[in-house]
Design a protein around this ligand. Structure first.
Ligand code: NA7
Length: 543
């Protein structure tokens, strides 16, 4: 998207709006519905993509699939929607999630309040009118009392700074901005950079089609089987009969997925019992190994080592060539301190004759040339390069807009890392809400439920303002300071800060290295948010 050219005269948009919303993914769509149809506000969402879907519009690379079960990774706000929609697989693939979000947009008549192909490029709070003044890249200016970000947490892709990138003569693709038309890999020499969740999914699929696939791996990951399968009719019936209870259980579980049987500590059971639990979880699939075995895997190094060693053994069992197996075995970071990816046949991909793994940790990529990628003295000749190199997570999408008021600009306010109250609001930026913002559970909480919780909370806050004659809400400096201390205190006993990951902002050069997530689980977070409301919003100045 281009910025507004200097020569374009700014048009004041005529619509009278109460709320401007960034994006039309899971967060933007439910915001339009809730604010418009429940609160009766005049709203407009601006979406940079050519259609609704957010993450699931952009990340349409081969193999893209959600690693949370489909009935969990869906909206809970409408019982009719839950009952009428049928998921075809246990874990939904990207095209099915995109169909679902399109269905939601149509079913709740949301499209008329969404402007596609339009990106918000700046936002300034005007104290006098108590309104946000928002510029879009079509040259228009819009005003509204409330400004709500559904910009997403993994929506600003990160491209590595590699010498000669522009000189490559072949095709290049980014998993996070994949084209709509099918990309033909047949017979081609393809290189993939990146072995995170996206890389692992795309590598497995491209290997089946490419003439030769070369994977450039910097850090090996602890991937475990997803165990996808078609949705069973009887299971679907049981889910639909028990949705209310399932949602209740989800919202009271750490990750927002109610896996039963989690034990307190891996060190409190015998080695045999531990092995049994890991084997069961590995066989069951999904996030069960991470979230359904032992509660102390992310706080106790010794416990974590047992899960890590279990997964290392599995990798060695599954990869035929011992040298390749060693390269694929993570040794430098604790399990789950980088987001653990899920896979279907990923490790077996390296048993294929047409796949080569190249380590670029000890010898990094030297340069890209017209012919391919040079690592040390070796030139890997390629027809296609796929970048699966991650995102400027959580803060990136908000900082690229840089909302401002007379007192605060977000880039300055967050120069040393995000500062928020509840991961939802920012001191100095009144009437601005960040759905699944940094310092909220966000990426460590089943995203559709995390999104609904935030939108329900901010809707209640706006309704409360209306009932009590307030027009302006702003987090206090003290509440913001306390929240920062609390999130840091919760993160302290965990192993996350020992690893350079996007959770820590460490994948982006120059980004402050701080833990970006509220880590005490959905249940505790929801309790704190409810308390804020019950006590009459003590962390906010309302006037
Ligand atoms: P991730 O998990 O951030 O993975 C990015 C990958 O790209 C990771 O393996 C990086 O290695 C690698 N990378 C990044 N820059 C380079 C360079 N310069 N050279 C080699 N390798 C590089 O992003 P994903 O899109 O896979 O997943 C993001 C989230 O989306 C995921 O966690 C789910 O929540 C959904 P590194 O590990 O930094 O050494």
């Amino acid at each position: 998207m281009s910025n507004t050219p200097e020569s374009t005269s700014k048009q004041q948009h005529p619509d009278a709006l109460d709320a401007i919303i960034i994006g039309a993914g899971f967060a933007g769509l439910y915001s339009v519905h809730n604010l418009r149809d429940k609160l009766g506000l005049r709203v407009k969402a601006f979406e940079g993509g050519g259609d609704v879907g957010g993450t699931w519009y952009w990340n349409r690379y081969p193999g893209a699939r959600c690693d949370i079960e489909s009935h969990h990774y869906s909206y809970s706000f409408s019982e009719e929607l839950q009952q009428e929609w049928s998921w075809s697989e246990r874990f939904p693939a990207q095209p099915e999630i995109l169909r679902y979000l399109n269905h939601v947009a149509d079913r709740f008549d949301l499209r008329k309040d969404i402007q596609l192909n339009t990106r918000i490029i700046s936002a300034q709070f005007d104290e006098k009118s108590c309104q946000w003044v928002v510029e879009t890249d079509d040259g228009c200016t819009h005003r509204a009392r409330f400004f709500i970000s559904g910009a997403g947490v993994l929506s600003t892709p990160s491209m590595p700074n590699i010498k000669g990138l522009d000189s490559f003569a072949g095709e290049t693709y980014l998993t996070a901005h994949w084209p709509e038309e099918k990309v033909d890999f047949s017979g081609k020499r393809v290189g993939v950079i990146g072995t995170g969740a996206s890389g692992i999914q795309v590598i497995t699929e491209i290997a089946k089609e490419a003439g030769h696939l070369t994977v450039f791996q910097r850090t090996p990951n602890y991937a475990a089987p997803i165990r996808n399968r078609p949705m069973d009719a009887e299971i679907e019936r049981q889910i639909k009969e028990n949705y209310a209870q399932i949602r209740e259980d989800s919202r009271n579980s750490f990750l927002g997925i109610p896996y039963p049987g989690t034990l307190p500590s891996a060190m409190e059971v015998s080695a045999e019992k531990r092995r049994e639990r890991y084997e069961e979880a590995y066989a069951a699939g999904g996030f069960q190994l991470f979230a359904g075995t032992f509660a102390d895997l992310i706080t106790n190094q010794e416990s974590n080592d047992t899960a890590a060693e279990f997964l290392r053994e599995k990798i060695r069992e599954r990869v035929n060539d011992p040298v390749t197996a060693e390269m694929l075995t993570p040794k430098t970071h604790a399990y789950a301190t980088k987001r653990p990816p899920l896979e279907t046949g990923y490790y077996e991909t390296y048993n294929r004759d047409n796949v080569t793994l190249v380590d670029v940790l000890d010898t990094p990529i030297e340069e890209v040339t017209a012919q391919g990628i040079r690592v040390g003295d070796t030139m890997h000749e390629l027809d296609v390069i796929v970048f699966a190199t991650g995102f400027d997570a959580m803060t990136g999408p908000l900082l690229s807009i840089n909302p401002k008021s007379e007192q605060v600009s977000l880039t300055e306010h967050w120069a040393d890392g995000p500062r928020t109250h509840l991961g939802l609001t920012v001191h100095g930026l009144p009437n601005f809400f960040t759905i699944t913002g940094p310092q909220s559970p966000a990426v460590l909480y089943n995203m559709p439920l995390a999104i609904e919780d935030h939108i329900d909370w901010l809707s209640d806050c706006i309704a409360y303002m209306g009932e009590n004659g307030y027009t302006r809400v702003e987090a206090t400096a003290e509440a913001e300071k306390n929240w920062g201390e609390l999130t840091a205190e919760f993160a302290k006993p965990t192993l996350f800060d020992k690893t350079d990951s996007w959770y820590m902002g460490a994948n982006i050069p120059g980004k402050p290295r701080v833990f970006l997530v509220f880590v005490s689980g959905a249940q505790e977070y929801r309790r704190i948010c409810a308390e804020e409301v019950a006590q009459g919003y003590p962390g906010f100045k309302l006037n």
